[in-house]
Design a protein around this ligand. Sequence first.
Ligand code: ADP
Ligand code: ZN
Ligand code: ZN
Length: 738
Amino acid sequence: MSKPSILRIAIPSPLRRSFDYLPPEQDGAAPQSGVRIKVPFGKRTVIGILLEFVTESTIPVRRLKRVIEILDEEPVLPPDLLTLLNWGSRYYHHPVGEVLMGALPLLLREGKPALLPGNHIWQLTEAGKTVTTNELSRAPRQRVLLSMLKEHTGGLHTRQLNQHQQNWQPVMKKLKEKGWVQCIESSFLPARAESLSSTAEHRPILNQAQQAAVDSVLESAGRFSVLLLDGVTGSGKTEVYLQIIEQVISSGKQAMVLVPEIALTPQLLDRFLQRFPRPVALLHSSLSSRERLAAWLGSRSGEAAIIIGTRSALFTPVKNLGIIIVDEEHDTSFKQQEGFRYSARDMAIIRARNANVPIVLGSATPSLESLYNAQQKRYLHLSLPERAGGAQPPTFRLLDLRRQPLQEGLSPELLGIMEQHLQTDGQILLFLNRRGFAPTLLCHECGWVGRCRRCDTHLTFHQRERRLRCHHCGAERPVDPRCPDCGSIDLRALGAGTERIEQALQQHFPGIGVARLDRDSTRRKGSMQNVLNEVQQGHKRILIGTQMLAKGHHFPNVTLVGILDTDQGLFSADFRASERMSQLITQVAGRAGRAEKPGLVVIQTNHPEHPLLQQLITHGYQQFANTALKERQEAELPPCCSIALLRAEATAAEKSLDFLRQALQTAAPFNSGEVFLLGPVPAPMEKRAGRYRAQLLLQSASRAALHRLLDQWMPQLETLKSGRKVRWSLDVDPVDLF
Ligand code: ADP
Ligand code: ZN
Ligand code: ZN
């Protein structure tokens, strides 16, 4: 008797393992790896993913349960994605079931079929086109349909047919039986009509550096290679992407473009749709689940020539992948900060390697990780040192805030410069990374300060809604007119957030439109686009915003950028703070003077002599990055070493620390001495959302040694009793240490 075949299945559960099942009772074609399967799991029925067939299980065969139902014929995770996600599960030490199921669109996770019904287009076949309506004189309803189809050469959508004809289906079926019409799956994907395609001829002629970049990438077509496109803001990186994509898709392949969460503006989509008359699959967090499935299907079938999306779009099946582009590769939103803590940029490189295609990492402020890899010759470094189309780089000026009377966070000098720019018809961007009206509400009588009960932090005062909000846990409450401690009505808002600056500007510059771009002003769907449009069209001449401003917007009329507060970034405990701040300043500054008018960037600071600021404004990001890399090397910090962070949180501080202390002991036997374990220590913000947090840092010059330790250590951690009293997680290559 041959051995029974056993199905090894990944099931979403916190356990870092897969599960074995027997095949279904009735014989059918053997399912392929990557299909969804419904199985009994404890007392529940759950959906998992078939990993492989095996002949032996550690569990006796008679105790194995049978699967209930196989949900797919075609795998929802084709072999290349299974390989990628398995890699991710091992590298980030996250349970494989959660990784695989988490990669699917919601409707598929829920077990819905991998198709969207009722979305077809009916077209005449070649034979159908030769038929004259006269031939159907005795079948009037068929004749009506036929003539409608003749009018609409592109075909008729189910929706259109429903509007025009009742009960058209049986009639259409007759036409189909005669071989006169065919039915094709229609797209849900945005695409521009074919007839407008001539704008491709209006694309700019690339400058030398751009052309060299395009050539290098295309030379790598058909094989794996990582190219770092390091181009100053406005240097025409997007134009380089577009021309590469044009070549890739004309060879019949698909292009995947990953962008940071916030950068996915309709502006960017329009740029793609205008250039290519081809369907684009768009995947981001504010899609309906149906839209997401549609984009997913369009990518899998090969219909979408271009797949554009944020982080998780990386896990979309692509029929014929030709290239991956990661725009603004330095952006930390590519790293997922909870659950499966993967870096979409890093996994995109793995995907490109597995698929043997080139990958382009683009940025005006590349991460030190990528610059380091380029120095080590692992990546090809392409640079675009100048702005495209003749625009000049902006000039910088530091404004010393010391001894200056501030008016709601704005210095008189800055207000004066703004006045000048408004008089010469310029537009102004002001950047402040703090939303709300004021970061602190204080009682002037007794010193009471609004604090979050669940976090080690102040509550931010939002004046318009008269509410106090915690920006860390989301807790909020209305503002009492009186101090809760002493009853005084002398409550004062200290410091300034974007809401306060907006108000101050409206008073200072009456009649000049002021707009605000932050998470509060863009909560409603479409409101972000409204704000951007108003600025683009010049109705609003001053725009105040948070880091949302930094991402890729193109405002040709902006001549002045003001950075209101940099000092937070200069003195932070996080070793990456200076990198972040330099990126932010450079990106925000890059919004100035992008067209004919030159740009000025004014930075308000209490530390104008700070070497970091000095270096950044006189020599630019690249010089800063070189210095910072040397410092990292000396301090043995990433990217010159590998780190991982074990975090724990619990309702009592001791519980988190206890677990981490035990974890530390457990690690000892697996450590060859190449990995340093530092801690445990309380997290920089210890209490958050009612939980006390602590962490243990692992650091090694050898990535391999670090992962060898993790491989042996993680299964042990799962068995620790103290681990049941806390929530703990491992973060491999963490982007922040909080
Ligand atoms: P980046 O993505 O580097 O910020 P973009 O691709 O958005 O830069 O280009 C900035 C501006 O310059 C855009 O308006 C773009 O149309 C224009 N541009 C890009 N390349 C060229 C070129 N070779 N000649 C003229 N204009 C160009
Ligand atoms: Zn008081
Ligand atoms: Zn809070």
